[in-house]
Design a protein around this ligand. Structure first.
Ligand code: SF4
Length: 159
């Protein structure tokens, strides 16, 4: 049923392993009972920004802007970059909400188009972080230090 092995039958029970799923949605088309349905829809960056633009008067009067969140928006960095560039061209303040566990080079690709990073740190202590999330926090903290240094160099108050 699933080429990735994300869906298995074990003792006549369906077992779904989310970590293996590539979100190709092929199983939805093959599900004869209709039990699997796709929710949401794919959009181009232009379509998303057009949706954002509908609230431009609100942003202008409230001093607000756009926050790209997730999940982890940095995992779709090309798409994120496109939306940031288009949103900045429309004059919107842009924030990115991230857990920071991505290569520093990915941050560099969007720095110029991001006004504010909302940085989600689960724990400063490495052991506690690993216990709570299953991942090491070394890169997360290193990226935060680099972001702070970048903001300081630019004389920006956005962090
Ligand atoms: S969406 Fe694709 S990868 Fe995920 S379970 Fe269905 S067939 Fe497998």
């Amino acid at each position: 049923m699933c080429a990735q092995g994300a869906q298995l039958l074990v003792d006549s029970q369906r077992v779904y392993q989310r970590n293996l799923c590539q979100q190709c949605l092929k199983c939805v088309g093959e599900c004869f009972s209709g039990a699997l349905v796709a929710a949401g829809r794919e959009n181009t960056s232009e379509e998303v920004v057009a949706e954002i633009e509908r609230d431009k008067d609100y942003y202008r009067h409230s001093g607000g802007g756009v926050t790209f969140s997730g999940g982890e928006p940095m995992l779709q960095r090309e798409f994120l970059k496109e939306m940031l560039v288009q949103s900045k061209a429309l004059g919107f303040h842009c924030a990115v909400d991230t857990a920071g566990n991505v290569p520093w080079e990915w941050f560099e690709q969007i720095l110029a188009d991001t006004d504010l990073f909302l940085y989600d740190i689960k724990a400063f202590d490495a052991e506690i972080h690993h216990k709570a999330t299953g991942v090491n926090n070394k890169r997360i903290l290193e990226n935060l230090v680099r972001l702070d240094a970048t903001a300081s160099r630019c004389g920006s108050a956005s962090r």
